[in-house]
Design a protein around this ligand. Structure first.
Ligand SMILES: Nc1ncnc2c1ncn2[C@@H]1O[C@H](COP(=O)(O)OP(=O)(O)OP(=O)(O)O)[C@@H](O)[C@H]1O
Ligand SMILES: [Mg+2]
Length: 1084
């Protein structure tokens, strides 16, 4: 389920005030009381604007759990109660989302909780940044570098059981997504003097105790160490055990961390060997030995320890022994060797131990850097975490404290610069008027220390480099000369020069008034520590070691690389590295955690007001608040402001539609907040007085109560109503279900009843059916039996009769059966024929097929008879006239069928005879009158001219006795031939209408010769001529059908020849006179 977003604010459930800026009234007392109140309620974090004040609780609080990490993740800075996670989140998000490099500056005095804070920041960032195997490995390595460095660089001091004895600045590098890529650690000046000597109640570096407590017997043997701390001079004995610290367990943690960071096994072993060597160095003791020449010499008391060291490090014992006895000074070409007295020998021993250890520490940092460095060359975003040793005031303060406090001085300065700058920039950004506020600027103290011409460090360097006798006293004198007038510098001399007598100031000391308080420094050791000299004989001896790590730690011991130049002094080195650090920090967006130590006892629940007051003063926290409030005490972006207070005004509650700024304006107007109390910036509202904010908060609280009541009321109403509606709905549902159940029950019963009735009917029906079928079966059986009896009886009778009559049948049976059968067949044939008769049309060719072969002749005869009969039937219908026509047609058929090609075309033409209606045409009246007989044919024919074959139209008339030719136009009779004189008619066999009428020789008509005609009705004319002649003369007229015949033209006989002509003249036959004797007719 998605987590519900609840908008909260730092102002919710506040103990005291979460942000000191809201403190009212503001003074030291209220400030401390507020801190105390919060401390007592386990609220160890308090804001001054964006600065986090952290008060060391000296006990573990349940406020760093993974759930807390989730709470603070992606929340606004002021949304939840003050926490170091809020600051870490803000820094990480602005790095990731706004691409701003960040630095987290953690300050405070020793034991205030800086190192813890830096680890909390790192673990928070590790928890919220990207995940994945590679990223996790990088995170692990970064986190695990801490236990390693703490083992070698931290120690128990009177102020802190785990005091950082070196400064550490770590750059964590991220890619553009905010995933960690790696890191770079810079270390600052390890307090190496601790290796050889620790103040009372303090310890050496943790690693020595861890090694002796945690190493296995085997390892101890290998390193020729003994578990007993008291065996070693360098380990302070009175505080070798620290309460609540398990050195043995920590040793295992460190070994494990080394492995995770990437140390190879042999590297880790080498490191422990160097540690063992340092420890054993402390056990080398010297005794004086007077030489004859009066010089003091020293001698190693017990060479066993030396031998073991040499075995461990692979150094020739004699070389090391010599290095502890002599000191060679090389100047230009000269080499001068002097013997060392006991004190010098001890000094040399300690110098070697310190150098060996501090160089090992630097090597460790470099080795870790090698492992954790980012593998890519892409642009990186950087978050720097600075955990530097806190401001220290001891009873005896030496060079180290001076350096440490100088560093803190610088940090305070950068804090002042950056916070004020940021504050000023915000006002400018938001367009708010800004009035300057005075604050203490510690630049003057920094200048006292670091000024290149007359600063204390410069003086120290000058003194160290000066030829002649140089002692700490000469250095103090120099200071007395140069700095005496400086207002932050004090010494016995400078005071007395001002006629002040300050007995609290010993002669060998000077005092500096730091921003955090006055510190008295013992000058003893300043020159030495600044010179940081290691006799060349020793570094050369170390370089000769076969132990690779030790050899690499002393490169200057290589005789081939002798460098006569003095190395830079410790002071100037530190100054330079601090300057680089400051420059680096200035390029980044600063985030401050100011750690406060509540008591000196490292105890929980104790809040020493005086101690806290002192820290508040020197940290300038009150000024910080004042600066922050100089203009406006409280500022907030418009959106969250409107969101928080919108319920105080009708217009803005519950929703404001316009821009947030307008909403806030309306809100403030409505609440009648005096206008001088607030100011509108570009993105934020600035509230001048905390009182105004508290007033708003009170109003909000009241209003929230009202709203809660309202919500409660509505909720209760809603709940009751919902409950009621639910009950009602449930009741309806239950009732419906019950009714349904009851109805179903009734229905079920009815159905059951009906089913029973139906079942009874069905059973009865089946029963009746069975009965009926049984009866039917019985009846059928009875009938079958009766029939069987009848059949059997009939067969029996038949058998009996046949037996009786068999003797009568045998003689005639065959013939009779044959006849009977034949008779039956014929009968059947005729009866069937009756039904299969074809139509009565004479031209119908159909006739049923013959059923039996033996009836073949009968069948044909029957067909013939039937045809004759139907022809007769047909003929009987004719009238006399029709009969005549058919007779004529029959005559024509007999004459021309199959003889003349023209015949078939004439069959369909009815014979009309009188084609020319002479009676009706008045033109032929005369002709009509001249003829008394009946006209059989009246037709126009072509008469062929005998001379040339051309034709002329003539009216051809046939009467009972005569044949007449008349002019077609005038109707005048041209010739008249009595039928008796006509002897023959000739024509071709072809499809033409030419015919010749031959006349009886000697008759009157024959004088002009025979006639040659062509007519369209040749067949009819020839037939009628034939019939008329036959009826008149009782003689058959001869009809010659031939393609060549002779015609009598006057005297000559001309041959008329029919040839198959070409189609040239169309379909009309043409006649041509070829010569005297030949007339050619071309028939197409
Ligand atoms: N937030 C915290 N919760 C619980 N204990 C804490 C917290 N911060 C610090 N302490 C306790 O205070 C002790 C000292 O803290 P820390 O080592 O961080 O101090 P420091 O400021 O680094 O001092 P120094 O300058 O000496 O290194 C820690 O060992 C731890 O016991
Ligand atoms: Mg620390």
């Amino acid at each position: 389920m998605a987590k519900m977003e609840v908008k909260t604010s730092l102002l919710d459930n506040m103990i005291g005030v979460g942000d000191m800026v809201l403190l009212e009234p503001l003074n030291e007392e209220t400030f401390i009381n507020n801190l105390k109140k919060r401390f007592d309620h386990n609220e160890i974090y308090t804001y001054i604007g964006s600065v986090v004040i952290s008060v060391n609780p000296y006990r573990s609080l349940p406020i760093y759990s993974p759930e807390k990490v989730e709470d603070y993740r992606n929340r606004n800075f002021y949304e939840l109660s003050p926490h170091i996670f809020a600051l870490s989140d803000e820094a990480y998000r602005s790095l990731r989302d706004q691409d701003k490099d960040q630095c987290i500056l953690i300050t405070g005095e020793s034991g205030a909780g800086k190192t813890e804070a830096s680890k909390l920041v790192m673990s928070y960032v590790a928890a919220v940044c990207g995940k994945g195997a590679e990223v996790n490995q990088v995170k692990e390595q970064l986190l695990q570098s801490n236990p390693v460095l703490e083992a070698f660089g931290n120690a128990k001091t009177v102020r802190n059981d785990n005091s950082s004895r070196f400064g550490k600045y770590m750059d964590i590098e991220f890619d553009f997504k905010g995933d960690p890529l790696g890191g770079v650690i810079s270390n600052y000046l390890l307090e190496k003097s601790r290796v050889v000597k620790q103040p009372r109640g303090e310890r050496n570096f943790h690693v020595f105790y861890q090694l002796l407590s945690g190493a296995s017997e085997e390892l101890l043997n290998k390193l020729t160490l003994e578990r007993d701390f008291s065996r070693y001079n360098y380990l302070s004995l009175d505080s070798a055990k620290v309460n609540g610290v398990d050195d043995a367990a920590n040793f295992r943690t460190v070994r494990n961390a080394m492995q995770i960071v990437g140390f190879m096994d042999h590297e880790a072993e080498s490191v422990l060997e160097v540690v063992a060597a340092v420890l054993k160095l402390g056990n080398i003791e010297f005794k004086p030995e007077s030489r004859v020449n009066g010089l003091d010499e020293s001698k190693i008391k017990d060479k066993n320890e030396l031998k073991e060291i040499c075995e461990l490090t692979g150094i020739d014992q004699s070389v090391l022994e010599r290095a502890f006895s002599f000191r060679t000074v090389e100047a230009k070409q000269e080499k001068v060797s002097t013997t060392l007295n006991v004190a010098q020998a001890y000094y040399a021993r300690d110098a070697l131990a310190k150098n060996l250890y501090s160089r090992l520490f630097s090597w460790l940092v470099n080795r870790i850097n090698e492992s954790i460095k980012a593998q890519t060359k892409v642009r990186k975003k950087v978050m720097g975490v600075l955990d530097i040793y806190g401001f220290e005031i001891f009873e005896d303060n030496s060079f180290e404290q001076f350096i440490i406090n100088y560093c803190n001085e610088k940090l305070q300065q950068i804090f002042i610069e950056l916070t004020l700058k940021e504050e000023q920039e915000e006002y400018i950004r938001e367009g708010i008027e800004w009035t300057h506020i005075d604050y203490f600027n510690n630049a003057i103290i920094c200048d006292l220390i670091e000024n290149n011409t007359n600063g204390i460090l410069a003086m120290l360097d000058e003194e160290c480099l000066r030829p002649g006798t140089v002692t700490d006293e000469t250095f103090l004198e120099k200071l007395n000369q140069v700095c005496a007038t400086h207002q932050h510098f004090e010494s016995r001399m400078s005071k007395s020069s001002r006629f002040l007598n300050d007995t609290s100031l010993p002669h060998s000391c000077f005092r500096i008034q730091h921003y955090a308080g006055k510190v008295l420094y013992q000058v003893e050791g300043f020159v030495d520590k600044n010179n940081d000299l290691l006799y060349r004989d020793l570094s050369q001896a170390m370089w000769k070691a076969s132990h690779a790590l030790i050899k690499s730690l002393f490169p200057e011991g290589n005789p081939a690389k002798i460098n006569l130049k003095r190395p830079p002094t410790a002071g100037s080195q530190f100054k330079a590295s601090v300057a680089t650090l400051m420059k680096n920090l200035q390029t980044k967006n600063p985030n401050y955690i100011r750690c406060i130590k509540p008591n000196d006892k490292k105890a929980a629940h104790i809040f020493n007001e005086a101690l806290v007051c002192h820290q508040i003063r020197y940290l300038g926290l009150l000024e910080n608040v004042r600066v922050r409030r100089a203009g406006y005490a409280f500022r907030q972006a418009y959106e969250p402001c409107l969101e928080r207070y919108k319920m105080l005004c009708k217009q803005t509650w519950p929703h404001w539609k316009g821009p947030a700024r307008a909403g806030v304006e309306v809100l403030f107007n409505e609440l009648e907040i005096p206008v001088e109390e607030y100011s509108f910036g570009r993105s934020k509202i600035f509230i001048r007085n905390p009182r105004t904010l508290f007033k708003l908060e009170d109003l909000r609280k009241q209003r929230l109560e009202d709203l809660a009541t309202l919500i409660q009321k509505i909720y209760r109403g809603w709940k009751c109503r919902t409950h009621f509606l639910l009950m009602r709905k449930s009741q309806i549902v239950i009732a419906a279900w019950y009714r349904r159940y009851a109805a179903r029950k009734v229905l079920r019963e009815l159905k059951h009843q009906k089913r029973c009735e139906e079942a009874a009917t069905t059973i009865a029906a089946y029963w009746h059916g069975t009965q009926a079928r049984r009866e039917l079966k019985r009846l059928k059986e009875e009938a079958r039996r009766k029939h069987a009896v009848a059949v059997i009886w009939a067969y029996w009778l038949g058998l009996k009769v046949r037996r009786e009559y068999r003797k009568f049948f045998r003689a005639n049976a065959g013939k009779k059966i044959y006849e009977f059968t034949l008779q039956r067949i014929v009968q059947k044939y005729f009866l069937e024929m009756k039904n299969k008769m074809p139509s009565l049309s004479p031209i119908d060719k159909n006739w049923p097929s013959r059923p039996y072969l033996f009836l073949d002749s009968t069948h044909k005869e029957l067909k013939r008879i039937f045809h004759l009969w139907r022809c007769k039937k047909y003929r009987d219908q004719f009238t006399d006239q029709q009969k005549l026509i058919y007779e004529e047609k029959l005559e024509a058929s007999e004459l021309f069928k199959d003889k003349k090609a023209l015949y078939p075309s004439s069959v369909g033409q009815p014979f009309q005879g009188a084609y020319l209606e002479i009676n009706k045409n008045p033109k032929y009246k005369k002709l009509k009158d001249a003829i008394e007989e009946k006209i059989i044919i009246a037709e126009v024919v072509n008469k062929i001219n005998r001379a040339n074959g051309k034709s002329t139209s003539r009216i051809f008339l046939l009467t009972n006795n005569n044949l007449l030719l008349a002019d077609q136009k005038s109707g005048q009779i041209k010739s008249e031939v009595p039928l008796v004189d006509v002897t023959k008619v000739s024509m071709s066999s072809q499809n033409d209408g030419f015919f010749a009428i031959h006349l009886k020789e000697g008759s009157e008509a024959a004088s002009k010769g025979d006639f040659l005609f062509s007519s369209d009705h040749l067949i009819e004319m020839a037939t009628k001529l034939y019939r008329t002649t036959l009826s008149q003369t009782k003689q058959k007229l001869s009809i010659e059908i031939s393609d060549e015949f002779l015609v009598q033209f006057r005297q000559d006989k001309v041959c008329v020849k029919f040839i198959q002509g070409n189609q040239k003249n169309g379909s009309v036959p043409t006649c041509k006179r070829k010569n005297n004797r030949l007339l050619e007719v071309a028939v197409p």
